[in-house]
Design a binder for this molecule. Sequence first.
Ligand SMILES: [Cu+2]
Length: 386
Amino acid sequence: MHFLTLILAAPLLFQGVFAQTFETDILAAKALFNLATYTAQHGYPSGSCTLQNVAIRREWGALSARERKDYINAVKCLASKPNKTPASQFPGARNRYDDFVATHMNQTLSIHGTGNFIGWHRYFTWAYEQALRNECGYKGYQPYWNWAKSAMDPLNSPMFDGSNTSMSGNGEYFFGNQSWVGIPTNDAPDIKIPKGTGGGCVRTGPFKDWQVNLGPVAPVLTYVEKNPDPSGLGTYYNPRCMRRDISQWTSSRWSKDSDISSLINANTDIYPFWSLLQGVSSGYMGVHAAGHFTIGGDPGGDFYTSPGDPTFFLHHAQVDRTWWMWQNQDPVHRTYAVAGTITFSNTPPSRNATLDDLIDLGVNGDAIKLRDTMSTLAGPFCYVYV
Ligand SMILES: [Cu+2]
């Protein structure tokens, strides 16, 4: 598709209720337009990736039923292939999907609340997309979950409605002994998310028999036992069902269209954008945290093990899209902007992250520099969002 056609057609690619995502749709179209202008003036940042051959990542609800099934089948295929992670490191990693969970668990404290947070997760999500394509014959690209589309009613959205073209639905109702989930922790809650209508095993949709093998390390559900690994790193084989407690309470407060657009529009410097995007502070949840806690459960709500729920990658594609939209409102000044240090929330205090810092995905990808993750048209990447 020619690039200008793409810009003009972009609004038509959004199915569902247009008004729910109007402001961010405009920001995404503007990002594409600015990127076209930028590359026309400055040339392409890498030789081989152009806006004529670029991959286009689309929203889950905008994919056809066939396309969604192809994606689902590729995810299941990955979970049926042998792992590459050595048993000496992660004895519980039993398949190729677990390799991605293990990589994230291994590095949790050096890739969150850090300067490499958004770049690391961009590269991680891309490496997962490549594994689906190269190892499981998937022909599409990584879809994203636009939180705004489902913010008011996630349980009836194409993502979570439990149909055979969804990413499976809520967990079964399970009361347990818990009436709320504490964020950031149950012991020291800044926000208390009231219990939803799930909390038990996911028993609808394509992932109703999905087996979680690793973790939990930091379970938000008090009735889910921690992984038996005495090191606390959650590496032992711990097969269990996937649980969710999908939270409309969370999504309707913090991941609406206006929450995303104001994050982008109100923060022209990288530091506040990066900081507000991510986490939790004084009763406020950034869109990144809000997406994770809209899904909740085990492993979805676990800081370390969250990639064990396959919606992780659709969520992080939208985190990446949010960054991409922010970058490309002003590509000249924002593409290579970095904020943050190299330790989680700068604890213990550490130096600032730099573009020369290495990002390593273990068995899932070569080490590259943070610089190489900054443009979706350079480094290993060649994609845009609509
Ligand atoms: Cu993460």
